[in-house]
Ligand binder design. Structure first.
Ligand SMILES: *[C@@H]1O[C@H](CO)[C@@H](O)[C@H](O)[C@H]1NC(C)=O
Ligand SMILES: *[C@@H]1O[C@H](CO)[C@@H](O)[C@H](O)[C@H]1NC(C)=O
Ligand SMILES: *[C@@H]1O[C@H](CO)[C@@H](O)[C@H](O)[C@H]1NC(C)=O
Ligand SMILES: *[C@@H]1O[C@H](CO)[C@@H](O)[C@H](O)[C@H]1NC(C)=O
Ligand SMILES: *[C@@H]1O[C@H](CO)[C@@H](O)[C@H](O)[C@H]1NC(C)=O
Ligand SMILES: *[C@@H]1O[C@H](CO)[C@@H](O)[C@H](O)[C@H]1NC(C)=O
Length: 346
């Protein structure tokens, strides 16, 4: 409950944060209006249960989605044509799944660990990285749930405080980078050998001072030699240039600030699409830090509690995962089951 209050504490700063997003308040000249994409918003799939919480989503090579759940140790497949969803795998001995990233053609690494969606308390020492090999799905038997042979252990990270978002590094390096939100650091894990180490740490990744919820760096993505990352309680979206060992070789730069960023996707040109969880919207941030609203809004029930975004390669479709507003119900009251939203850029 104390942590819930903290989230509300975070919300108290919202009017100030929103003041930096002119489209929310400005009734006269809106410098972003001409820039706002014209979009169609639809629900692709919604879970039946109210506590369902989509944490992360990723695209498979065939264009379908995988999603991780925070309220269950599960990875689901979502058919982007039919909207049908099926359980792909449920991990034993854990409560939650977090970041997910493709590490080889149709092979994915997933962060698994223990976390309470009621108290927001992670269990330090419970976090590991697991492998799901979708090439081992038996298509001839119309198999959906992965067989035991398709699931394997990559590494346990007992020193991690709470692993969260994940991005794959360069293919030849076999590395993934994983955000540790309370620690304010990024781990690199070799998915072949299981070796791991802290690769990046900076004050921009640390939880903001005075927030009881220790949620610093949250989502991250490698694009063109830069690691882009969201830092939630600091309300910052940042990047840092890295070398082939994922060590920082440039300054830690703040690109945009003043909103509550959760996970995001970043296009090859550096344009980011960021889920703003308790702000119930997805915003687009240009490489120069200009912010515009893509869909949703503080008081909109279009996408309560958006947690994650995935842009298709043609950049015409953006998929968004939600928690149904569990962190902060819309207008203080509205919650619904978690879902996947399809945003078509018209
Ligand atoms: C989910 O919770 C809301 C608000 O508490 C309630 O109105 C709704 O009926 C619930 N839906 C389901 C599917 O349980
Ligand atoms: C969706 O899944 C259900 C249950 O497995 C199946 O009966 C139905 O045919 C599927 N629909 C499509 C469009 O694939
Ligand atoms: C479950 O996790 C606990 C704590 O990490 C460990 O001690 C135990 O061996 C695990 N059990 C199984 C069946 O993996
Ligand atoms: C994680 O949660 C599972 C399922 O509740 C439990 O069996 C396991 O012991 C927990 N692990 C740790 C390290 O607490
Ligand atoms: C795939 O499924 C088919 C039909 O159920 C079965 O005959 C075949 O042995 C399965 N192949 C593998 C590799 O499991
Ligand atoms: C980063 O890690 C180094 C080595 O552990 C430590 O000395 C430094 O204080 C850390 N920096 C931050 C900002 O946490």
């Amino acid at each position: 409950m104390r942590l819930q209050a903290t989230w509300l504490g975070a919300l108290v700063v919202l009017p100030q944060a929103l003041a930096s997003l002119p489209m929310f308040y400005s009734e006269s000249a809106n410098p972003y209006r001409n820039d706002e994409p014209n979009v169609k918003v639809e629900t692709l799939y919604q879970f039946p249960e109210n506590e369902s919480w989509v944490d992360n989503i990723v695209l498979r090579p065939d264009g379908n989605l995988l999603l991780t759940r925070l309220d269950a140790p599960e990875v689901w497949l979502v058919d982007t044509t039919s909207g049908n969803a099926t359980l792909a795998h449920s991990f034993a001995n854990a409560t939650s799944c977090f970041g997910i990233a493709e590490i080889d053609d149709d092979v994915f690494a997933v962060v698994v660990g223990n976390f309470s969606t009621k108290t927001y308390a992670p269990t330090p020492g419970s976090f590991s990285v697991q492998k799901l090999d979708f090439k081992k799905i038996n298509a001839s038997s119309d198999e959906r749930v992965l067989s035991a042979a398709a699931v394997s252990h990559i590494a346990a990270l007992p020193e991690a405080q709470a692993l969260n978002g994940m991005t794959s590094f360069t293919k030849d390096s076999h590395l993934v980078l994983i955000a540790d939100s309370p620690k304010g650091a990024v781990w690199k894990v070799n998915t072949e050998t299981g070796e791991y180490a802290v690769a990046l740490n900076d004050t921009t990744m640390m939880p903001a001072k005075g927030q009881a919820l220790p949620l610093g760096i949250n989502g991250l993505k490698l694009v063109d030699g830069y690691v882009y990352y969201s830092s939630t309680t600091r309300m910052e979206f940042c990047r840092v240039k890295v070398n082939e060992e994922a060590k920082a070789v440039g300054d830690y730069e703040v690109i945009a600030s003043g909103f509550l960023p959760d996970n995001m996707d970043v296009a090859p040109d550096g344009t980011a699409y960021i889920a703003t969880d308790p702000q119930n919207s997805v915003v687009r941030v240009t490489p120069y830090g200009q912010i515009s609203l893509v869909a949703g809004g503080q008081l909109s029930t279009e996408m309560p509690g958006p947690t994650s975004c995935r842009l298709t390669e043609d950049r015409k479709t953006l998929y968004v995962g939600t928690s149904g507003g569990q962190v902060a119900p819309v207008a203080g009251t509205f919650m619904e089951p978690g879902k996947v939203v399809k945003i078509t850029m018209l």
